[in-house]
Design a binder for this molecule. Structure first.
Ligand SMILES: *[C@@H]1O[C@H](CO)[C@@H](O)[C@H](O)[C@H]1NC(C)=O
Ligand SMILES: *[C@@H]1O[C@H](CO)[C@@H](O)[C@H](O)[C@H]1NC(C)=O
Ligand SMILES: *[C@@H]1O[C@H](CO)[C@@H](O)[C@H](O)[C@H]1NC(C)=O
Ligand SMILES: *[C@@H]1O[C@H](CO)[C@@H](O)[C@H](O)[C@H]1NC(C)=O
Length: 354
């Protein structure tokens, strides 16, 4: 499996892009999360980060350590609001800084995201569109952004969060104007602009909410019946302590997608505490919940990796988005490692294939 994982990396050109196959061997040294994931046969352990983190030396010492992290998702800087704030005015300065940092350190990039209802520029969110004008603007956006990063992205989250909790389509500007056809249209434009990047549908609560999971399966089938390439489904896994499904159920959900020929990944994992400050028991439960999620990825051969949505509580989005919740990450705000970190290391050490 580890050999297969490396072969896949080779095939996708990432090692060539990184310039030296020896870098991959270095990634497997040490006892950090990424090197242990690779030793367990997966492609990566990753984290979200962005330019706002670059001036924090303690943060940078950890993210540039290839033993800890091998994959990065720009938290905000590739979103439409940033890359095309005004019609036809593209701006890659911020996202390029992230891409450069990752590339110079021989690490990989998950690119995020092309078509999403949120963090849109005003001209898209509040424009008056016809199907023809919106499909032209959406296609041009995808073509420009994906072409700019062609060869640098392990994967693109092409469409993000298209579903309501009941599995119906969210009433986004894209769905309201184009119906479900916006999805194949987006994937086709991305495939044309970068044939090597894996193309993902990405959403939250697919781990916990059966009606929404069914909606995501319908999206996959819509694309496949349309002869449009989709390579993977991203499970965001924004979870909460004591509300995380057991490992076996998580793995069973992943397998419903791999059965359709796709790879899967956890793309935005965090496990929020619901009462703060948390008790010792809640810290221990958080560790078990992280183990359930990462363990389910180990249990499913075509689960390629896990990305956390920031690794330190210092930069977690949770407290601002969900007042009263927080402390969701593997490292505390002072960069000390929490029980969940130690539990993942123990889990992964036990699964070493070589
Ligand atoms: C791998 O690690 C060794 C020892 O830390 C270092 O000397 C070497 O330059 C690294 N090679 C690559 C390709 O990163
Ligand atoms: C990188 O991380 C690993 C795992 O935590 C650790 O053993 C190693 O000392 C770190 N390397 C540096 C240079 O900090
Ligand atoms: C769109 O217009 C509404 C109403 O004026 C406003 O609240 C919202 O912030 C606008 N959206 C964007 C993305 O500019
Ligand atoms: C497939 O998707 C494309 C792009 O949205 C659309 O033009 C076409 O009508 C779809 N074909 C079918 C058979 O649904």
């Amino acid at each position: 499996m580890a050999r297969l994982a490396r072969a896949l990396l080779m095939a996708s050109g990432l090692l060539l892009a990184a310039g030296r196959p020896a870098a991959a061997q270095n990634q497997t040294q040490g006892e950090g999360l990424h090197s242990l994931m690779v030793a367990a046969g997966k492609l990566y352990f990753g984290t979200a980060m962005d330019t706002g983190n670059f001036n924090d030396p303690a943060y940078m010492a950890i993210v540039t350590n290839k033993s800890e992290f091998g994959m990065f998702t720009p938290e905000n800087s590739m979103k439409w609001q940033v890359t095309e704030p005004q019609l036809d005015k593209f701006s890659f300065t911020q996202a390029d800084e992230v891409a450069q940092k990752v590339k110079s350190n021989g690490q990989m990039l998950r690119c995020h995201t092309l078509v999403w209802y949120s963090q849109l520029p005003t001209f898209v969110a509040n424009g008056s569109w016809t199907p023809a004008t919106l499909s032209a603007v959406m296609t041009a956006h995808i073509t420009n952004v994906v072409t700019h990063y062609a060869g640098q992205c392990y994967a693109w989250d092409v469409v993000n969060e298209a579903l309501n909790e009941d599995g119906t389509f969210r009433q986004s500007v894209f769905f309201q104007t184009l119906g479900s056809a916006f999805i194949p249209l987006a994937f086709r434009a991305a495939a044309a602009a970068d044939p090597r990047a894996k193309l993902y549908y990405n959403d939250f609560n697919l781990e916990t909410t059966p009606a929404k999971t069914a909606g995501a399966l319908r999206i996959v089938q819509l694309l496949q019946s349309n002869k449009t390439r989709i390579d993977g489904v991203g499970f965001q896994a924004h979870l909460a302590v004591n509300h995380t499904p057991p490992r076996t159920s998580l793995a069973a959900t992943l397998r419903r997608f791999t059965a359709l020929g796709l790879e899967v990944a956890y793309t935005e994992l965090d496990v929020a505490q619901t009462a703060l400050p948390e008790s010792a028991a809640a810290l221990a439960q958080q560790a078990r919940d992280y183990v359930a999620v990462v363990g389910s990825c180990l249990d499913v051969p075509r689960c390629v990796g896990v990305t956390v949505w920031q690794f330190t509580d210092k930069f977690s989005w949770v407290p601002a988005a969900f007042p009263g919740r927080g402390e969701a990450c593997l490292f505390a705000s002072d960069y000390s490692r929490k029980p969940a970190y130690d539990a993942l290391v123990a889990l992964l050490r036990g699964r070493r294939l070589r």
